[in-house]
Design a protein around this ligand. Sequence first.
Ligand code: NDP
Length: 325
Amino acid sequence: MQLATKVDLKLSNGKSIPALGLGTVPPEDPSELKQQVITAIKAGYRHIDTAWYYGTEKYIGQALKELFDEGVIKREDLFVTTKVWPSFWHSPEKSLDKSLEDLGLDYVDLFMQHWPVALHGDENGLPPAPKHDDGSLWYDDDPVTGTKFIETYHKMEDIIDKTSKVKSIGVSNYSIPKLKQLLPKVRKYAPVVNQIELHPQLPQLELVDYCKSKGIVVVAYSPVGSNGAPVLKVPLIQELAKKYDVTTNEITNAYHVLNGRGVLPRSSNLERIKTIIRLPQLSEDDLKKLDQVGLQNPKRYICDSWGYGLGFRYWEGDTLSTEFD
Ligand code: NDP
């Protein structure tokens, strides 16, 4: 059977991204990340997805150093991403420098804006979730109408022009309204990727089609719905795992890879990391049936407060979602 670790997707700037990436949101003990990264790369993964916000970059850095020192893989054969968090919106290069230092790298392959909002962090991006006395999030800009997130993007473009610290830039958690705000303002380097929550319970077909029409590769996060893996309980996914004789994780990965998207599974279980890399050739009909799961009964699992108001469909009470209705 073909391996998902061998599939590359072409980016609009001519570079490519390995479709299967390892997610690195921290487990209870973040130092476990070191072994997870080593296991993944030895199993053939070439894409590691991280972010300043996760606090796991130094453990990833330890893993990479060991792998490079032992000659297991070369830096140029790996695709490493990181992201600038909204509380660091004013200083993406400073955020990047911290990430590079912890990762022990001179450059990342992809630097993304984590969310298109501006939170009130200090010069070191702290605290990551600043709050007013009444407990509400402290923004530096109106999350719906503000444009400071575009300033962040422009500073990310400058990093490409003025340094060799990033190969490509991209975005994450951009809805259609946010992309429509950003894209006309791009100066030189369009986002090559939009990383969003995506799985059969949340197919977001309008957003996926919109990204495709703009040459933006979609990368799916929380492919099994995050902790507890609720997506894997969907009966159709279990049926398809039996039909194609693979694990349910391989069905949720194939759902993206066969549709030309990236996917970022995360696991603390080293055996699982190693064994979810086969790519069953799901039929067109089965891929469409997987879309139907979420079209009929959509579920969003990552509902952090800074995402509210960005215009994501199925975000209960979202002020912008009527745009699609
Ligand atoms: P996933 O959707 O990959 O879910 C991971 C969880 O599912 C783990 O707790 C894992 O447990 C469990 N799991 C997986 N398979 C099984 C199985 N077969 N049986 C039981 N449990 C299972 O998680 P994430 O939300 O972390 O998303 C993946 C990655 O995407 C992140 O790590 C991060 O890199 C990125 N991301 C990006 C975001 C953004 O805003 N840009 C937001 C969220 C994620 P176990 O450890 O036991 O395997």
